[in-house]
Ligand binder design. Structure first.
Ligand code: HH2
Length: 387
């Protein structure tokens, strides 16, 4: 007899071993998915819930660690599903089993496409989002695409390089940047969106926190709203997105660009970012935005010190488990300089490396300045992951 370790992610390795041994591939994949090992933090938890949880977890073959007001359950998805469903003998309190069941079914979603106001963007392979800042002061490309003619030239180059989406922004959100007034932001963004929509034939996203700017950009041909405030800055924004049927990126940040650095304190950054994004997602759903229109973004560099950004990337599963496609925007940011020592104008290799790390941890959309470099690196990552 020979023992061979099944390399790689357990579900993928198990599915291919079972299929290679004659099992129907769909059944092999379903069986293998149930074998994935996950750990879930349940918090806050009162004693009335903790005691039955410990008992039922033991009966379901799930490990359970508890402390003051929290529990962590660890087991295969199949066993955690069994714990949530209960079956005849289970005595899990109703609220607990409902919440666990909802989480597990959301986690199962892992959508393969993103619905926007005009189409469905496939996400089986990595999707590169080209950054087109029509600002005089963005930290890396400020001034380069300021007028429609320069923006069009930049957009054509990004399309040639393999961008799947173009993200147009008229406000720099770097710490300390001056906020343009609404009329100025409209003047910067709308003519560029109109020119791109007429010529470029790629989905256009507008990077704004203002409902009126989003509305005007959507009317001019944009189909996605990328809101770094996660719909919290402008109370009109959720209605604008809903009424247009637009795709939306909900990004994590604390405070606003002027104050965010003072909010970069976390006990457990991955858990807190995922919980705060889940709350923003729930508010978007309550406002009537469709589930398959929502993409989540952990907001690299926003209210996060370098070590927070690396931890969020490594533990991105806390965000992907919410069941929405995940976007990351590491491009040329300070935390990459902290790891590589490279200056802002020499961070494209570090950006590509961060994109690949995020791809391996489950991200599907990558917001970058250097589209060609990210596309090339992600093509290799996609091939390794069998996309
Ligand atoms: N980062 C920036 C702006 N918008 N949107 C999303 N979804 N995710 C991000 O990480 C993100 C974003 C900041 O980068 P940049 O646009 O390059 O610079 P500036 O804000 O100075 O224009």
């Amino acid at each position: 007899m020979r023992v061979t370790a099944l390399a790689g992610e357990v579900p993928a390795a198990l599915a291919s071993v079972l299929a290679a041994r004659g099992l129907d591939p769909v059944r092999a994949e379903a069986l293998a998915a149930g074998g994935a090992q996950v750990a879930l933090l349940l918090e806050p938890l009162d004693d009335a819930d903790a005691l039955p949880l410990v008992r039922e977890a033991g009966a379901a073959g799930v490990d359970c660690h508890t402390g003051d007001g929290w529990a962590v359950v660890v087991g295969t998805l199949a066993r955690l599903g069994g714990l949530a469903r209960g079956g005849g003998a289970s005595r899990l309190p109703e609220r607990l089993s409902a919440e666990l069941g909802r989480f597990l079914s959301d986690r199962q979603e892992q959508p393969e496409a993103w619905r926007t106001a005009r189409r469905s963007i496939p996400l089986a392979r990595s999707c590169v989002v080209g950054i087109l800042n029509v600002t005089p002061d963005s930290f890396s490309d400020g001034g380069r695409h300021f007028g429609p003619a320069d923006a069009l030239a930049g957009a054509r180059a990004m399309r040639e390089a393999g961008a799947a989406v173009l993200d147009v922004g008229g406000e720099s959100t770097r710490p300390g940047a001056a906020t343009p007034d609404e009329a100025e932001e409209l003047r910067r963004v709308v003519p560029v969106v109109r020119a791109l929509a007429a010529e470029i034939a790629l989905p256009i996203s507008v990077d704004t926190r203002r409902g009126r700017v989003a509305e005007a950009a959507l009317a001019a041909g944009a189909e996605i709203v990328n809101d770094v405030s996660g719909l919290t800055h402008d109370p009109r924004m959720a209605g604008v997105v809903r009424d247009a049927g637009a795709g939306v990126v909900l990004m994590h940040m604390r405070g606003d660009p002027a104050t965010m650095d003072a909010h970069a304190t976390y006990g457990d950054v991955a858990v807190e970012v995922a919980a705060e994004l889940a709350a923003r997602r729930d508010r978007a759903l309550e406002a009537g935005i469709a589930r398959d229109a929502i993409v989540l973004d952990p907001g690299l560099g926003f209210a996060k010190r370098p070590e927070h950004n690396f931890a969020v990337l490594d533990r991105l599963a806390s965000v992907t488990a919410l069941g929405h496609p995940v976007m990351v925007g590491p491009s040329r940011k300070r935390f990459l300089g902290a790891a590589s020592g490279a200056a802002v104008d020499r961070r494209d290799a570090a950006t590509a490396a961060a994109c690949v790390a995020a791809r391996i941890r489950g991200a599907r959309l990558f917001r970058v300045h250097d589209v060609a470099g990210a596309r090339e690196a992600l093509a290799v990552a996609d091939a390794v992951l069998g996309a």
